[in-house]
Design a protein around this ligand. Sequence first.
Ligand SMILES: Cc1cc2nc3c(=O)[nH]c(=O)nc-3n(C[C@H](O)[C@H](O)[C@H](O)COP(=O)(O)OP(=O)(O)OC[C@H]3O[C@@H](n4cnc5c(N)ncnc54)[C@H](O)[C@@H]3O)c2cc1C
Length: 383
Amino acid sequence: MDFAFTEDQQAIFEAVKEFCDEELKPKAQEVDEAGEYPWDNVRKMAELGLFGIPAPEEFGGLGFDFMTWTVVAEMLSSACTTSGAVFGAHMLAEYPIMAFGTDEQKQKYLSPLATGEKIGAFGLTEPGAGSDAGAVRTRATREGDDYLLNGTKLFITNGGDAEIYVIIANVQPERGARGITAFILEKGMPGFEFGRDERKMAYPALSNRELIFNDARVPAENILGRERRGFRVALDTLGMGRIGMAIGAVGLAQAAYEAAVEYAQVREQFGQKIADFQAVQFMLADMATKIEAARLLSYQAAWLKDQGREFEKQAAMAKVFASEACTWVCSKALQVHGGYGYTKEYPLERYYREAKLFEIVEGTSEIQRLVIANRVLKEAQQK
Ligand SMILES: Cc1cc2nc3c(=O)[nH]c(=O)nc-3n(C[C@H](O)[C@H](O)[C@H](O)COP(=O)(O)OP(=O)(O)OC[C@H]3O[C@@H](n4cnc5c(N)ncnc54)[C@H](O)[C@@H]3O)c2cc1C
């Protein structure tokens, strides 16, 4: 594995660092308190070309690899986790179009996603289909040159604010995963509406809406991949998305850790800096170690993906380890702040609430462990 970055990659990282330091981080608390979708940040991310990092230049992208995207995702999440979540959820629409789209679909949908002219979202989860992705019941019925979609998705990040949606439906629900088909939908298509926006324990500025399909008419040319081959599209997208979730957790953990290191060197008790107490030092040491391990696992998964090699096991390992490390780090970073960490004066209480999400979305920790165990046992049987 080689994580040495080129001059072009370094240049983009420097530009993103400046953007994070000057724009994103100082406003992160404000974004959270306002509770409104962070359009200002989104437009600036688009101006910097960040939404198109891994997309080919011919479709408006910057033509970098997923490793570059991964490093940028960490920086964004560290500075403003809400903006990082918008960035990650957007890629869940852009990536499957890049991987499975026809040239016409790429021209029409990938280009505006890559430039950030339009925001994307990915709709898989339904009231009865969460961890069990094969249980999707949103029905797609062929009618002439179109399909009619009927059903409901929920929790969809960027829902309502996004204009382009990759939707996982089923042409034969009785066949389970073998009927699943992926479609590209546009906001404003007849029969496609938005429902409730979830109220959550964190991320009030992030939209997580219901998508409602009531005879939503979608042209057959908007099938992504082939009919009844959509489960592959969904699994591939989730695999890639897990790298995004893992590195998002690393970014948030890094922010909490840095705050703890800074505070420990300023706060005094018993006539000395709390950083001089070994109990505090050990917390900082364990935080730094867990973050480094989580970052390396995430990089490894992104590197394997860029090499065109199997990366699903490593992505699941990265996701489960990084998300649980993030929850732990945010808890300990708050602990280092004592009572002040529990107040709104510091961002620690927000970090602590934000952290939990990484253990749930795009496959809970339990599902990641199932994925890892399946691979590990299969590898053992092949020996
Ligand atoms: C803020 C937010 C944003 C989201 N964004 C999106 C999005 O953009 N697009 C989208 O499609 N979805 C999105 N989701 C949905 C998210 O991916 C699901 O919530 C998640 O996959 C879990 O599904 P569930 O909530 O139905 O939980 P369930 O599947 O009902 O799980 C409940 C519990 O049972 C456990 N469990 C389930 N099955 C097993 C098993 N086989 N073995 C062991 N344990 C098991 C789970 O691990 C969990 O602990 C979002 C959710 C949230 C909260």
